[in-house]
Design a protein around this ligand. Sequence first.
Ligand code: PLP
Length: 397
Amino acid sequence: MIAENMVQLGQCKQIIREIAAYAGERRAVVGADNVFDFSIGNPSLPAPPRVNATIRRLLDEMDSVALHGYTAAVGDNRARAAVAARESERAGHAIPPDCVYMTCGAAASLTIAMKAIACPGDRMLVLAPFFPEYKVFVENAGAELGVVPPADLSMQPDLGALEAAIDERVKAVIINSPNNPSGAILTEQTLTAVGDILRAAREKYGHEIFIISDEPYRELVYDGKTVPFVPNFYDDTLICYSYSKSLSLPGERIGYVLVPPSVRDHDRVFAAVYGAGRSQGYVCAPSLMQYVVAECSQERPDVAGYDGNRRLLYTALTEMGFECVRPDGAFYLFVKAPGGSAAAFCERAKKYELMFVPADSFGVEGYVRIAYCTTEAMIRRSLPAFQKLADECFGRA
Ligand code: PLP
C-alpha cells in the first residue's frame, strides 16, 4: 500500500504539458514553422548577460568546494542581504536580511508559506483566475482551497464575494499579481479594500489571516505600471518570489519567501517558514544560483520584446472579433472562448495548428490562456491561422 492520493496526483493529466507535447508531435509532422505553440509559460527572453557572466566568473574564481557546497539552511547571507536591499527599496523602509528564506523557485516558496501557516481544517482562498498548482500546494499543506471569482473583465476580484467567502476557517488569501493567466495587476484600490476586509475578519474571528502574495511576474509589467509592495496594504503578508520569469531562470530553481517585519509575531512565523522548509526538504537552495542572486538581484528583464508580442496579439485578436483581457503584466493573453466552451475552442484551434490552453482549471470557465512568451516571428506567422479560426467561430467562413 502506498499513498493513493500521490498516485492519483502523479497520474492525473497536466493539461498544459499535454498540449505542449501535442505541439511537439505536430512539429514532427507538419514542420516547426507551421505549428503555433502558445501553451507553456517558459520565458523566451535570455537571462540578462550579467547573469551568465557572473556564473562564468564564479566558476573560474570561486573555490570549487565552497561554490558547490551547502549554504546555510535558510540561505547564503550575501544572497539574503541582496534580496533584503531590493525589497527595502520596494517597501520604502528597511527590511532586514533575516526576513528572507531562500528557496527553489516560487513553487517551493508557496508550498513552504502554506505549510508554515496551515492548521488542520483551515481553508485558503484564492482569487480567480489562478495558477492551477495552488490547489496541489494548498492540499499538501492539509488545507482546503476556496475560489473567489473576478468581478468583471478587468479581472479585479469580486470584493463582495471575497467578504462572503471568509469564515472562521479561512487562514489565508492567495493573490498573484501580475496574474497568470490574465496578466491583470491588482490595483492599489483593490489591495486597500482586500486589506480592510482581512483586518475586519481577523478582528471578528480572533486569529491570524495571511495574504500569500505570489509574485514571480513582478518585473514583467508594461505601460509604466508597477506592482505595489503588498505588506504596505496588509501587515500579515508573506511574499513568495522566484527568478524564474524575471531573470529567465526557470530551470535553475531559485527564489525566496519574505516574511516582512510587519508580520505580527514575526519571529515565530519566520521559524515556521524555516520549519516548513525543513519538513519538505527545501533547505540550502542551489548555492551557485544564490551567489548569482547576491550579485544580480538588481538586474531587470528587458520587457520590450514581450511588450511587442502583447500589443501585436492583443490588437490583432481584438480586431478579428475575439474578446481579450488587456494584460498589464506577465506574458499571457486571456481570451473569451466564442461559443462558451474553452475545451471546444482549443480543439477547433488545433485544426489550424494553434495550441493554447483552456482555462477552466484556472478557476474561470469559458476562457483560454495564450502564452505570448514566444517569438514575434511565430506570432506573425500565426495570424492567418487566427484569422481562419475567427472566421469559422464568427460564421464568416
Ligand atoms: N506561480 C505562478 C503564478 C506561476 O505562473 C508559476 C510558474 O509558471 C509558479 C508560481 C511557479 O514558479 P517556479 O517555476 O519559480 O516554481
